[in-house]
Design a binder for this molecule. Structure first.
Ligand code: IMP
Length: 432
């Protein structure tokens, strides 16, 4: 793939998150001027390895790691301001300064302490029916955004004369709701929350701007934008496996609204997938491997959550689900990550269909009760034993690995242009 000729581009995950989007955004960053987050919040975990050093970002766009790039947090992000500065301070301790290169939309909604509290209380109350959220307050923050009366936006932080009364009013209401609905006996302290957010306001001020105008001017000036999708397309609030989803639009469909750019802006949509499939939290996962092969993949792929540390559920590559994401998300090219993780398996499976009692399903469905019953139709290809982590060209791969990639490409119907065989930038193969 010739990255130098790409137009405005969006990178998204084809399955349930953790596909390796961070590495792809990092690799592409040098060809773009501005890297933009448009959805989700601290629930995301984007890992990048540069010269052996590992960086795990949750809120900061990965572009902050590339010198000379601007990084923007768009209006569609659920922003936990405290965590944002924890991330900025952690990078500073490692010699990476985040300053005027970071811009934050004045319209972004803030994840407030009551959102994180509600996330935990709600999950506890749901018991066995819980969604398995990351407890980062994402759902409650977006719910208040839609509710409006109980929302706090970045722009509100810039009005210190009005902020204390707003926080006091919302705390009082939330305390009553939490006590009545969950029997919560530890009310939020409005004074402490206000003090915390007045301090955060002073820090965030220099980064805040009207990012919609910034994008319009940048696009007009010929600057190139890279949109960094968070979570995964099957976690999409409208098109994912509801209710086992996150609360934002996780595909490139979300870029115009979540970033604030015209709908025809994005020219290339890169769908990132692992060479197998994983999921964290609850919800159907037809190709899941609950056996030693699943454990083998988990161990070799270090499949433990970047955000929560939870072990990820692992399974064969789900081509039915990926094809659905390719179709509704307008994917133009695919990046296959973690191909090296499958090394050592005698045979490698691909889920090519879902079987239910009445026969084969016509394709992916978002009805979770139907998906829970679906048995995977599996196709097996020969595996490979050779260590492929040092491969630098597709020609360096054993025939069985090349054959596997060809089959994935055939099933997805779009070109597989990037292949990753390890976490480092150098462990990336470009397919013509
Ligand atoms: P929430 O986004 O914290 O509300 O979690 C809702 C569901 O989405 C849970 O199953 C989470 O595990 C999952 N989820 C949210 N963000 C990510 C992500 O970045 N990677 C993987 N799973 C995620």
């Amino acid at each position: 793939m010739d990255c130098s000729s790409l137009g405005h581009t969006c990178v998204v995950g084809l399955h349930w998150g953790d596909e390796g989007k961070g590495k792809i955004v990092d690799l592409l960053s040098e060809h773009f001027d501005i890297v933009v987050r448009f959805n989700g919040g601290g629930n995301a975990g984007h890992t990048v390895v540069i010269a052996g050093e590992r960086f795990a970002l949750h809120l900061l766009p990965v572009g902050v790691l590339s010198p000379g790039r601007m990084a923007v947090i768009g209006p569609g992000v659920a922003l936990d301001a405290g965590r944002l500065f924890e991330e900025i301070d952690a990078l500073a301790r490692r010699g990476i300064v985040v300053g005027d290169n970071l811009r934050v939309s004045d319209r972004a909604h803030l994840v407030m302490p009551w959102h994180k509290k509600q996330d935990v209380l709600s999950e506890q109350a749901l018991g066995d029916d819980r969604i398995g959220t990351t407890a980062r307050g994402i759902g409650p923050c977006y719910a208040d955004k839609m509710q409006r009366a109980t929302a706090v936006r970045v722009i509100d932080l810039l009005k210190p004369a009005e902020l204390p009364a707003r926080i006091a009013r919302i705390c009082e209401l939330k305390n009553r709701i939490f006590a009545a609905a969950y029997g919560d006996a530890e009310p939020l302290d409005a004074g402490a929350v206000t003090a915390e957010y007045l301090a955060l306001a002073e820090r965030i001020r220099r980064h805040v701007c009207d990012t919609t105008r910034l994008f319009a001017e940048s696009i007009a000036a010929g600057r190139r934008l890279l949109f960094e999708g968070a979570n995964g397309m099957l976690l999409d609030i409208d098109h994912g496996t509801f209710p086992y989803v996150t609360s934002s639009t996780t595909s490139a469909i979300g870029v115009p609204a979540g970033a604030g750019v015209p709908s025809q802006t994005v020219r290339t949509v890169i769908g990132v997938t692992k060479a197998y499939t994983t999921r964290v939290g609850a919800g159907p996962f037809p190709s899941e491997l609950r056996d030693e092969t699943g454990q083998y993949i988990r161990d070799r792929g270090h499949e433990y959550g970047t955000t929560t540390g939870r072990p990820r559920r692992c399974g064969w590559f789900d081509a039915v689900a990926a094809r659905y994401s390719v179709s509704f998300g307008g994917i133009t090219a695919v990046a296959v990550m973690h191909l090296d993780t499958l090394t050592g398996l005698q045979r490698v499976g691909i889920c090519t269909g879902y079987r239910v009692r009445d026969g084969l399903l016509p394709g992916f469905v978002t009805d979770c009760s139907l998906l829970e019953q679906a048995e995977p139709v599996l196709e097996f290809l020969p595996g490979w034993d050779a260590d492929i982590s040092a491969a630098r060209r597709v020609a360096d791969l054993p025939p069985a690995a090349r054959n596997y990639l060809d089959r994935l490409e055939e099933l997805l119907g779009v070109p597989v242009t990037i292949v990753s065989v390890g976490p480092d930038r150098s462990q990336t193969l470009m397919r013509p």
